[in-house]
Write a protein that binds this ligand. Structure first.
Ligand code: 2NL
Length: 344
């Protein structure tokens, strides 16, 4: 029996040594150590042994079982390690391949335009101020010399919340509030960017909600030439140093005199083309000298103080500067449109 056990051991160890995969090892485990395995079969004959022989053979059988088990485990581990090594070798990662792109967002074109205009005026000493979009009839209209039933209100029909509360049609109420807060005894140099609302039918160039930037300068001895010089700097910084400006007479209830400013067309350099409708000029903004009544209503003595004011649509500036042909592109937020201007 001793010889039989030793024969099983050496046969098993040799077989394990030769095994090439885990399935073969599994089969060997059954063949040598299983319930119907050769070791078990030999041990069944133990009953025939003498009292003295039994513990000796028992111990030997345990040792054989242990040595086969150990060999099986060691071989299993070896095969697994080899498989992993092979996998690592064949599945090498090429670290020089480009990675998956990470999509980084960017500023909306209207935001970058606003910041560009703000920076330009901050550079000239202006403060940036904001105010409510839901305004009173008083600050939006009355304070700007647009009394109830004034015909110019038609141009600025808006969304009324009550008879006295409305969505502002311009950002000038922010300036009216500032003038009022300063009590007529402090100079003012400010711009106010923000959303404004009008009753309008949306199309390529109109929107019921858009953005304005208005500017206001109030001090002693402010003249129309100060306005013209300021707007000239603005036009050149915004559209290029070769641009010229011209002022045309206009009308606004809150300024007197009132002007509209054109910038020479940068597409044809003033020669006349389809962009400027053959005129060589493109209308950019409106402005004028603050109406004395507007100054007086907020406590400024119009015989001592004077001021200029102007207002422009941010969308219009962006459309002209970047050749955008439909204002609705700004609001539909298609990334194929927006991403083109992320460096702007
Ligand atoms: C436009 C262009 C303009 C003003 C805005 C203004 C503000 C105060 C006093 C006087 Cl507090 N004027 N702002 C002036 C002229 C034009 O915006 O086309 N507006 C309808």
């Amino acid at each position: 029996m001793k010889e039989e056990l030793q024969a099983i051991e050496s046969e098993a160890l040799a077989a394990v040594e030769k095994a090439e995969d885990s399935q073969a090892l599994q089969e060997m485990k059954v063949k040598y150590l299983g319930k119907k395995g050769s070791l078990t079969t030999v041990l069944r004959g133990m009953g025939k042994l003498s009292k003295e022989e039994r513990p000796v053979i028992g111990e030997l059988a345990n040792n054989v079982r242990a040595s086969i088990t150990e060999a099986l485990d060691a071989k299993t581990e070896k095969l697994e390690r080899e498989a992993l090594d092979k996998q690592l070798e064949t599945e090498t990662i090429d670290v020089t391949l480009p990675g998956n792109p990470i999509h980084v967002g960017g500023r909306h074109l209207l935001t970058s335009i606003m910041e560009e205009i703000e920076d330009l005026f901050i550079g000239m000493g202006y403060e940036v101020k904001e105010g409510p979009e839901v305004e009173t009839d008083y600050y939006n209209f009355e304070k700007l010399n647009l009394p109830k039933n004034h015909p110019a209100r038609d141009m600025q029909d808006t969304f009324f919340i009550t008879n006295e509360l409305l969505l502002r049609t311009q950002t000038s109420p922010v300036q009216a509030r500032t003038m009022e807060a300063y009590q007529g005894n402090r100079p003012i140099k400010m711009i106010c960017p923000g959303k404004v609302y009008r009753r309008d039918t949306d199309d390529a160039t109109h929107s019921h909600q858009f953005r304005q930037i208005e500017g206001l300068v109030v001090d002693k001895n402010i003249t129309l030439s100060d306005l013209k010089g300021t707007l000239d700097v603005f036009a050149k910084k915004m559209f290029g140093k070769d641009r010229k400006i011209r002022l045309r007479p206009s009308f606004f209830p809150f300024t007197e005199p009132s002007v509209e400013m054109d910038v020479s067309c940068k597409v044809c350099n003033g020669e006349g083309c389809s962009v400027c409708k053959q005129t060589g000029w493109i209308e950019i903004l409106g402005g004028g000298m603050v109406h004395p009544r507007v100054l007086e209503m907020s406590g400024y003595d119009s015989t001592v103080y004077s001021g200029f004011a102007f207002g422009m649509g941010q969308e219009r500036i962006a459309m002209l500067k970047y050749g955008v042909n439909d204002i609705r592109h700004f609001y539909t937020n298609d990334v194929r449109f927006l991403s083109q201007y992320h460096q702007a």
